[in-house]
Design a protein around this ligand. Structure first.
Ligand SMILES: [Zn+2]
Length: 348
C-alpha cells in the first residue's frame, strides 16, 4: 500500500512535468542570457587561454584607439587578468597593484560610448605600473578594470549598452523588481540604450563588477563616466545633511577630498537608479562610491583631462577609509560565490 502510494505520487509528478514542459516558452524568454552554474562555462575563461585572449584583446583595443588619434599602447606592460568573458568573447580584464589592506576599486568603460573614461582608466593603470611608490609607500591596493563593457565598445559606433542592456541598471538592487522597469519607461521613455534587462544580474558585465567587489572587498569604489561634468557620491552619509556619525562623515568627505584635488570640480548629489552601481555598492552595501562624470566624451580632450584628473585619481586611492566589515551588507555578493561553488563542485 505504501509502495503503491509512492509510485502513484511519482507517476502523477512525471505526468505533471510532461504537461508543464510541453508548453512553449513565452516570447523572448529563450533569449534571456541567465547566468547560472549551467551556462557559466560560456562566460568563464580557462586558465590556459587567459594570456592569449588578453594579448589579442590588447591588440584590438590598441587598433581601435587609433580611430580616436590615441596612439599610446593602452595595455602597456601591465599584468592583466581575466576570469570572465563577454557574450562576444572579449575578456573582462582587470589589474591589481600593491598588497596593502586598504583597497580601492577603479573602473572605466561601463558605458563605452563615453570614450574619454576608457582612455584615462587604461592610462591610470599604466601610471600605477610605472610608479609603484604610489601604493607601496602607502600600504594600499588598487584594482583597475579599465573597460567593463568591451562588447559595446567594439561596435561600429560604441554603444552605451552591451548591445541590449545598460549594465549600470542591471545590478540586483532591492528596488529592482519594483522600480527598474518603471524608471526606464517613465524617466527614460523606454529608450533602448537605458534598458535595465528583463531581470537583474542577467549581464556578465554586471556580474564582473559584483565579482570584483566580492573578490577584493574594496573599501571604496571610483567609477569614471562622461559627459555630465560632476562628481557624485553614494554611500554612508549620502543625502543626510545632519546628524552624521563619525564614520559617515569620513566616508562622505571622500568626494570633497577628490574634488579639492581636481580644482574644486563640482560635487552634485545626484540620485541613484534602480540597478545602478551607486545604489548597489554605495547605498545598499555602504561602500563609499564616487562617480566621476567628465565634461565631454570628446577623444581629443584626454590630454587635458589626464593632467586635470590625475591628482584626483591619486586622491581616490590614497584617501584613508577602511570600511568596518560588520557594517557592510554583502549577502548578494555571497550569492554569486555560492554559484561559483556549485559550478566548481560540478566540475570537480
Ligand atoms: Zn555613464
Amino acid at each position: 500500500m505504501v509502495f503503491g502510494g509512492i509510485f502513484f505520487a511519482c507517476e502523477s509528478l512525471v505526468n505533471a512535468q510532461m504537461v508543464a514542459t510541453s508548453l512553449p516558452l513565452k516570447r523572448g524568454f529563450s533569449k534571456i542570457p541567465f547566468i547560472s552554474p549551467y551556462n557559466m562555462p560560456r562566460y568563464s575563461i580557462e586558465q590556459a587561454r587567459e594570456a592569449d585572449l588578453i594579448k589579442t584583446f590588447c591588440k584590438n583595443i590598441r587598433q581601435r584607439f587609433r580611430r580616436y588619434s590615441w596612439y599610446s599602447d593602452p595595455c602597456g606592460g601591465v599584468e592583466w587578468h581575466a576570469d570572465l568573458r563577454t557574450a562576444a568573447g572579449y575578456p573582462l580584464i582587470y589589474a591589481s597593484f600593491g598588497s596593502g589592506k586598504d583597497t580601492t576599486l577603479f573602473m572605466g568603460g561601463v558605458h563605452p560610448d563615453e570614450l574619454t573614461p576608457i582612455h584615462l582608466s587604461f592610462r591610470f593603470a599604466r601610471y600605477l605600473n610605472a610608479h609603484p611608490d604610489v601604493y607601496v609607500k602607502h600600504g594600499i591596493k588598487v584594482i583597475i578594470a579599465p573597460i567593463v563593457n568591451p562588447d559595446g565598445f567594439f561596435q561600429k559606433y560604441p554603444l552605451r549598452t552591451n548591445r541590449t542592456v545598460d549594465v549600470n541598471r542591471n545590478f540586483f538592487t532591492l528596488d529592482w523588481y519594483e522600480k527598474a522597469g518603471k524608471a526606464w519607461r517613465g524617466r527614460r521613455n523606454g529608450v533602448a540604450r537605458y534598458f535595465p534587462g528583463y531581470f537583474p544580474n542577467t549581464e556578465v558585465e554586471t556580474l564582473f563588477q559584483v565579482k570584483l567587489i566580492d573578490k577584493f572587498k574594496p573599501d571604496k569604489i571610483f567609477s569614471v563616466h562622461a559627459p555630465l561634468g560632476f562628481l557624485d557620491y553614494d554611500g554612508p552619509g549620502d543625502q543626510k545633511p545632519v546628524h552624521l556619525s563619525r564614520l559617515e562623515r569620513k566616508a562622505k568627505q571622500f568626494v570633497y577630498a577628490v574634488s579639492k584635488k581636481t580644482r574644486n570640480y563640482r560635487v552634485v548629489d545626484y540620485s541613484f537608479y534602480p540597478g545602478s552601481l551607486g545604489n548597489y555598492a554605495g547605498n545598499e552595501r555602504n561602500l563609499p562610491t564616487i562617480t566621476l562624470e567628465l565634461k565631454t566624451t570628446e577623444p581629443s580632450k584626454v590630454e587635458e583631462y589626464w593632467l586635470k584628473f590625475l591628482p584626483g585619481f591619486l586622491q581616490s586611492v590614497h584617501y584613508p577609509f577602511r570600511k568596518n566589515r560588520s557594517e557592510v551588507n554583502d549577502n548578494a555578493t555571497r550569492f554569486f560565490s555560492i554559484y561559483d561553488q556549485i559550478y566548481l563542485e560540478n566540475q570537480g
